[in-house]
Design a protein around this ligand. Sequence first.
Ligand SMILES: Nc1nc2c(c(=O)[nH]1)N[C@H]1C(S)=C(S)[C@@H](COP(=O)(O)O)O[C@H]1N2
Ligand SMILES: [Mo]
Length: 408
Amino acid sequence: MTVQPTQTEPAPRSAPPLWPRFTSTLRSTALTARVGRVLGICFGICFVTGLLSHYQYHPWSWLPEPASPVWAYRVTQGIHVVTGTAAIPLLLVKLWSVFPKLFQWPPVKSALHTLERLSLAVLVSSALVELFTGFFNALNWYPWPWDFVQVHRFLAYVVIGSILLHIAVKLPDIKYGLKVKVADGDVLTEISWEDNPDAYSNNDDTAQPAPVTPGITRRGLLAATGIGVAIVVASSIGETVTPLAPIGLLATRQPKRGPQGVPVNRTADQANVRELALAPSWQLAVTGRQPYVLTLAEIEQLATHEASFPIACVEGWSVGAHWRGLRLRDVVERAGGTIHSRVRVVSLEAHGAWKHSYVEGPQVASALLATHLNGGRLDIEHGYPLRLIAPDRAGVLNTKWLTRVEVL
Ligand SMILES: Nc1nc2c(c(=O)[nH]1)N[C@H]1C(S)=C(S)[C@@H](COP(=O)(O)O)O[C@H]1N2
Ligand SMILES: [Mo]
């Protein structure tokens, strides 16, 4: 698109001498629109899978989490973490491609333009914080003082809202950018006529240096972006797609590394439960209309049911596992409940957000109170003497080191 300033328009003021100038011809609306499209798709998928993950924590009572397919959460949360990770290089390239706009002169032109720039500032900063804190979370690193889950969820709405606004505002540019070939299209630099008409004026050839010829083409840049994203995805997906584990450089938890071939999220010592969990006097209290207790010996005898359910951590790693134990429904029914009861399982842990969790809906009928994992007695790190394991459930809700089952 060759745009010429119309004669009638008043010429905008030129930027001050020390104001940054950008001359790379790599930047173009065509490039920005293409990277933006993939980024938008990533954000969309990440948002929806994020909502699904949030629903694990706060299901509506009339629509409890399903219990099948057993791998559903494993897949949706894996996709959530991978699309979020892939969005980081995409966002950086997209920001680079529009970076000169940050220095456009004059900085604001009208009230509407000011609003648009402010909304962009919100979009860029919230997206950066959301993606980077999410990435650190996947590395199991929480170097900030706020509650990650709350802030992550709140920011998700801010990001998605400002993306929709951004798309609405930029629709003409997006349509144009997607229509032209990457190699063609206008050059998106600070020296476009709109921002600095002097640069394009033929009468004044001292105004701007000729654009530098970049070392790679725009197509090359797109390909490099694609390769970068592929590397990031391949090196993080290994923590959930087991055959890809060896290339999982960014995967914090190698799926098979850990006692009994399963990673450990929080150890018995971190939870401060080792002594209580190993005490010979340990027993399981079951409360409800007909309360009772089960001793360790009784539990070992009743543990005859088997199931293959994955452990799928919100932080993105997951692994298939084979479990043996008691059926939760049997324990609940003996206390006078039914498979329609709401159940709370309580851990030996005194503190911590995950010391108990609720089981309701179809998961009551299919959950196990597990004593065995992958053919051996449950390791202390995996919740010995007894833990909850249910299908299609966030790992964080599969409470370890149980002490009580409450039929509500
Ligand atoms: N009591 C208790 N149970 C817990 C946790 C915890 O901190 N305390 N962590 C949870 C998390 S975040 C995950 S991902 C799974 C992991 O189980 P694993 O350590 O056996 O792999 O346990 C869950 N159960
Ligand atoms: Mo987890």
